[in-house]
Design a protein around this ligand. Sequence first.
Ligand code: GAL
Length: 430
Amino acid sequence: MTRNRRSGLAVLAAGLALLLAGCGGPASTATSGPTRNLEVLSWWTSGSERAALNVLFDDFRTAHPGVDVRNAAVAGGGGSNAHVVLANRLLGGDPPDVWQTHPGASIEQYIDAGQIADVSSIYQHDKLSSVTRQDLRQAVSRDGKQYGVSTGAHRINMLWFNKRLLDKATVTVPAGGYTADALLNDLAKLKAAGVVPLCLGAKDPFASAELFENTLLGVIGADGWASLTSDRLNWNGPQVRQALGRFGTMLDYADPEAGALTWDQATRKLAAGECAFESMNDSAYGELVVDGAKEGTDFDYVPYPGTDNLFLTVVDTFVMAKNAKDPQNAQAFLATIATAPTQLAFNKLKGSAPLRTDVDVRSLPPYQQSAAKAFAQDPVLLSITHGEAKSPQFQQGFYDAIAAFAQSKDINVFNQALLDAVNQVPPPPH
Ligand code: GAL
C-alpha cells in the first residue's frame, strides 16, 4: 500500500471514529471506555487469505496505532473449524470482539440469538448504503438495521484450468457457453493422456460441496435456485438426479490424493501443473497468484458449465459481539473494512470483487475486473455450501448428503441424509 493511501485512510478512519463517537453509534452501547485490544476471529490462514487479512489489520493499525490486534484465525477452509471454536466461545460467554460470517442464514443465527451488535451507523456515516447492492445489504439486516460489514463477493461458479495440461492432452481451451457434457469429455481426454483431470481439496468438505452446488446450478438455473431456496425443489426429481449423476462421474476423475488435500493445496497442484481443472470459488484466483501462476499463460477460467451470466456468491462479512470486550475498536475495525481503499487493497489479494460498487477496479487484474462487472450486472445467488441461502443445519445436512453420496453414489442415500438434516431444522423463531 502506498504512503498516500495509508495516510488518507488514517484521516478517513479517524474522522469516522470521531463522528461515530459523537453520534452515539453502536459503540455507545459499550459499558467500558477505550481499550487497547482487538481480537478478530476468521478462518483465513492460506497464503492469499492471510495476506488479504493483513491488509485489514494494517489499515486498522494505521488509523489506530495504539491498539494491539490479536489474529484469532482458525485454520480450516470454509470455516469448518473456526465455526466450532466460535460456537464454544459464544456458549462460554467469551466471544471474540469481531468474527467472520456470511450474509443470509449465517448472520441471522447470531441476530436471532442477540449475539451481535447493530452497526447501522457505519452504513450511514460511510454512505455504505448507497454503494452496496440492496439485496446483499438486506441479507445482513433485520428490521432496517445492519449487523455486519462485508469485504467482498466471491464468485463460486467458476472453473479454473491449467493451460499447459489442456494443451498436452489436446483439449480445446474452454470458452463461454462450455457445457457439462464437454467438460466430462475433456476430463476423459485428460485421463487418457495421463493427466490428473480434476483437482479437488476434499479434506475441506466445502470444496466437494461447491463442486456439487455448481453442478446443480448448471442443471436447475436461476429459477431452480429460487425453488431450492424456498423449499420447492424436488430433491428426488430428474434434475437433481441428473446433477448427482454428473457429480458422481466427476468424482471419478478427481485427484486420487483429493482426500488428503485442503482447497488451497489442490489449487497449488493446479498451479504446478499436477492436475488440470478445478471447480472453486474465486478464492482460487488469489491462491493461484500467490502460487506464482500467471493468468492467461499458466491458467485460465470459464464460468462453470451451464452457469454463464449467473453469480453464485460467497460474501465474507464481519460482525461485532454485542458484549465485545473492546467495542470501540471492534466498531472502528468494521469501519475500516467499509472504506473503498481498504476494499480495493484487500480484494486484490483475496481474488474477490469489492462489495462497494464505487471502488475503481481498473487496477485489478483482468479476471477480477470481469468478476466485478459480473457482480454488478448479473443475478447474484446466495450459496448453500456457505450457509447463506439455507440455515447452517441445512448446510450441514447438505455436506453430509454429499459425503454419503460420494461413498455410495446412491441418490436415495443422498436424499435420506438431506431429509434427516431438514427434519432436524428447528422451526423459525416467532
Ligand atoms: C469461504 C470464504 C472465502 C474463502 C473460503 C476458503 O467461506 O468466504 O473467503 O477463503 O471460505 O476458506
